[in-house]
Design a protein around this ligand. Structure first.
Ligand SMILES: [Zn+2]
Length: 112
């Protein structure tokens, strides 16, 4: 599979995740999807991300979750979305050593 084909597969997976969220009473808005390598390097220097982020490969998206109209900031609130995402083959940021619950990615070359 080429990188482009993988990115296309990821986009369809995100569509499925958003439909699942909607059908299960979770409202989401888009956070960050594509991130430039320059921004990723800056985040890494600030300690708020990694330089080789999958956002730079178009293989990660951050979604903002609202439950009952309230924006959810804790990673644990995203667990149902994360478990669904994993069930369709994705990697969920809530499993990271420093949990990042709103981060949904598709593993690539060992990076999640
Ligand atoms: Zn992210």
């Amino acid at each position: 599979m080429t990188l482009s084909q993988k990115q296309q597969k990821f986009a369809v997976m995100v569509a499925r995740l958003i439909m699942w969220a909607d059908e299960n009473g979770c409202a989401v808005t888009f956070g960050e999807a594509y991130r430039t390598p320059e921004q990723a390097a800056l985040n890494a220097r600030k300690g708020s991300g990694v330089a080789n982020s999958l956002h730079t490969q178009r293989l990660a998206v951050d979604l903002n979750l609202f439950v009952g109209g309230v924006y959810q900031t804790s990673s644990s609130a995203y667990r149902p979305l994360g478990e669904y995402w994993e069930s369709i083959g994705g990697s969920w940021g809530g499993r990271f050593s420093k949990p990042d619950g709103n981060h949904f990615s598709l593993e690539h070359n060992g990076v999640r």
